[in-house]
Ligand binder design. Structure first.
Ligand code: NAD
Length: 266
């Protein structure tokens, strides 16, 4: 399977290039970067600390889509939407890890998924996908007597908050309680906030250093507390999950899929 990596010089992008080169059954179709990037023309394999691949990083995403069976995108929301349009017109499968999409951008992605296979996940690691299932289950068992707070920490370069994964965990908790997260989310607290509203799902965002990604879902009762935590030590877990999703995309009908479909978690 030929896999192209858009944003191939990014933190996850370089890991994706290595993973495609290391995985049996996958070939690197090439890599793209944003116009004007100073890595254009360089070898994506060398950039990823691997080996010479004979490819040159290009700003021509269209050519990369045409040369690929699947494209993996860990870039920025604006770029990802352009890539979804290209996926729809070329019929290439798109694996999208980019987070922070606004409602209009998500709607554009949903529309593109009528024409081709799109697999979207706020987090491609196996562990987080298990945590999503556990969060839904525990929220359903405990009910409103336990306050739910989601705490996340990421490196200082992250541009969106709360993280896409924290929001996905919030949606999982809301689904467990059979409520809508939009009506219950408390994303910011500052100043004289008054008491905690019963039933809220709170978020706290920490940023610093080079932390790859840490998420804790707390269920705080009056005399006891449950904390479910996942810590990502290496971006390789996202890259491996995304390449696994690309391999799974073969022969699937057009549609918008999640990592739960890929892993068969229902
Ligand atoms: P990064 O800034 O290191 O990498 C993004 C890369 O995309 C950069 O190299 C940038 O130049 C490139 N880019 C931007 N516009 C482009 C365009 N039009 N065409 C081609 N390339 C373009 O960021 P990162 O830490 O690798 O994270 C990227 C995204 O992935 C973020 O949204 C982050 O939240 C998300 N992420 C998702 C998961 C997951 O499992 N779903 C895990 C980690 C990070």
């Amino acid at each position: 399977m030929k896999i192209g990596i858009v944003g191939c010089a990014g933190r996850v992008g370089r890991m994706l290039v290595r993973t495609v080169l290391e995985t049996d059954g996958t070939d690197l179709a090439g890599g793209s970067e944003k116009p004007g990037s100073d890595v254009l023309g360089q070898d994506p394999g060398v950039l990823a600390g691997w080996d010479i691949t004979g490819h040159a990083v290009s700003a021509d995403s269209q050519a990369l889509f045409e040369a690929s069976d699947a494209i993996i995108d860990f870039t920025l929301p604006g770029a990802a939407i352009g890539h979804a349009d290209l996926a729809a017109t070329t019929g290439t499968a798109l694996i999208i890890g980019t987070t922070g999409l606004g409602p209009d951008q998500q709607a554009a992605l949903d529309a593109a998924s009528q024409k081709t296979v799109i697999i979207q996940a706020a987090n491609f690691s196996l562990g987080i996908n298990v945590l999503l299932g556990l969060t839904k289950q525990v929220a359903g068992i405990l009910g409103d007597d336990f306050d739910i707070e989601i705490v996340e920490m990421h490196h200082r370069h992250k541009v969106d908050a709360p993280s896409g994964t924290a929001l996905a965990l919030g949606h999982a908790a809301a689904a467990g309680r059979r409520v809508d997260l939009t009506a219950r989310a408390q994303k910011v607290r500052d100043g004289h906030t008054g008491e905690r509203r019963p039933g809220d799902i709170g978020f706290a965002t920490l940023r610093g250093g080079d932390v790859v990604g840490e998420h804790t879902v707390m269920f705080a009762g009056s005399l006891e507390r449950i904390e479910l935590t996942h810590k990502a030590d290496d971006r390789g877990i996202f890259a491996r999950g995304a390449v696994r999703a690309a391999l799974w995309s073969v022969d699937q009908p057009p549609g918008l899929y999640g990592m739960d479909d890929v892993l068969g978690l229902g």
